[in-house]
Design a protein around this ligand. Structure first.
Ligand code: GAL
Length: 385
């Protein structure tokens, strides 16, 4: 996914955003005292801080670039920072954004509970805070949340696992397989609120099959704490899969399905399985799910190695964050489409939720190529251009 494509999306937003560019600031009462733009070259639209967690996952790079180009098209200056998944670095970056006079913050937190000092400083300065994709928890000082329907993402992951095993058909009707199937469960990082929503959606979907014994978690590790992978790291997932194979599958039995919540985790699991001989001879690769439609995983799906992923169009998420930013900076409230689901421990944060899709080998083209998210060449090579 090239910057060029995001620029094209941003052009589409230009008209809608031109109003915000004209109206400039207006985010907080501190505007008049010259706080806006302090320390940085002032542009017509003022400065917006965009804090992203890491560059190790391509989605966050794409998110960051898309938000930046959308805001710049609207006339704002953007301070985009990635924190290398390091909490103190992210805190420091946000501190600096506030010092530089940011009029609004868009934050995808590493740890959803770790930014209270920065959020208080933002609130004191009248700076609106938009929580991006991941909910900021335990703070009153978060104004809006743009994300996907995260519970539904978990439902989709589990559904694709059931489809792959033959227990369900793609249309949701009952499949012909009877099982029982050996399945292992992975979750994301416990400090990321999303991980809990993905897990809940997936477990609620799998539970009836586990109750009737059609799905068997042979390791017995069915708690999110046991399944969690800190910071969503590929290597940690590989290690856990290796440990599971050694401890629960040393009796000749095989793993037939793995619930994986994110493509990086899926690839770690696949490496562990390949090293143990899966995917060759008569040891079939299990049905493995994912999330984010990362290009390396899309190729693995096309090649029949990974079974599915969840496509969350980050261009649309970025666009929503720009729309919300524009509303605040024009002195309005952004439009929410969910005001019930996302309780951050202190308050329910008004949210705008987007929809996601299950990607299988047979709809890569219609979902990802036709929409311009990846090119056919990128899918064939597994590398983004
Ligand atoms: C989550 C996000 C997922 C995935 C994961 C790992 O917060 O919702 O889409 O990107 O982080 O980066």
């Amino acid at each position: 996914m090239s910057t060029r494509k995001f620029a094209a999306v941003a052009v589409g937003m230009t008209l809608a955003l031109s109003l915000a560019a004209c109206s400039g600031g207006g985010a907080g009462e501190t505007e008049d005292d010259g706080a806006a733009g302090g320390g940085t070259e002032e542009t017509e639209g003022g400065l917006i801080g965009v804090a992203m967690p890491t560059q190790t996952s391509e989605r966050w790079i794409a998110d960051g670039e898309a938000v930046k180009s959308g805001l710049e098209e609207a006339g704002y200056e953007v301070d985009l920072q990635f924190a290398g998944d390091d909490i103190p670095t992210q805190s420091q970056q946000i501190d600096q954004m506030i010092t530089k006079g940011a009029e609004l913050l868009i934050i995808a937190a590493i740890d959803g509970t770790a930014l209270s000092g920065q959020l208080q400083a933002a609130a004191d300065a009248g700076i609106p805070v938009i929580s991006y994709d991941r909910l900021i928890r335990d703070s009153d000082n978060v104004d809006f949340y743009v994300t996907f329907d995260n519970y539904e993402v978990g439902v989709q992951q589990a559904t694709s696992l059931l489809v792959g095993l033959g227990l369900l058909n793609a249309d949701g009707s009952e499949g012909t397989a009877t099982g029982p199937f050996n399945v292992e469960l992975f979750a994301g990082s416990l400090d990321d609120n999303n991980a809990h929503f993905f897990w809940q959606g997936a477990i609620d979907t799998l539970q009836p099959f586990m109750d009737e014994g059609t799905i068997v978690v042979k390791s017995g590790q069915t708690d999110i704490e046991q399944a969690a992978i800190l910071r969503w790291q590929q290597e940690t997932a590989q290690k856990r899969m290796e440990d599971l194979l050694t401890s629960a599958y040393n009796d000749g039995s095989v793993v037939q399905g793995v619930l994986a919540p994110y493509d990086g985790i899926s690839r770690g699991i696949i490496t562990a399985l390949q090293n143990a001989g899966y995917g060759s001879g008569d040891k079939a690769m299990p049905i493995i799910t994912g999330q984010d439609a990362e290009i390396a995983s899309v190729k693995l799906i096309a090649d029949g190695v990974q079974y599915s992923t969840i496509f969350k169009d980050t261009r649309k998420l970025a666009e929503q964050s720009v729309v919300a930013a524009k509303a605040y900076l024009a002195g309005d409230e952004p439009e929410a489409n969910d005001t019930e689901t996302y309780d951050n421990g202190v308050k329910v944060v008004p949210s705008y939720l987007l929809e996601s899709d299950i990607v299988y080998a047979d709809n890569i083209n219609s979902l990802l190529v036709d929409s311009g998210y990846w090119t056919a060449e990128e899918v064939a090579s597994g590398v983004s251009e």
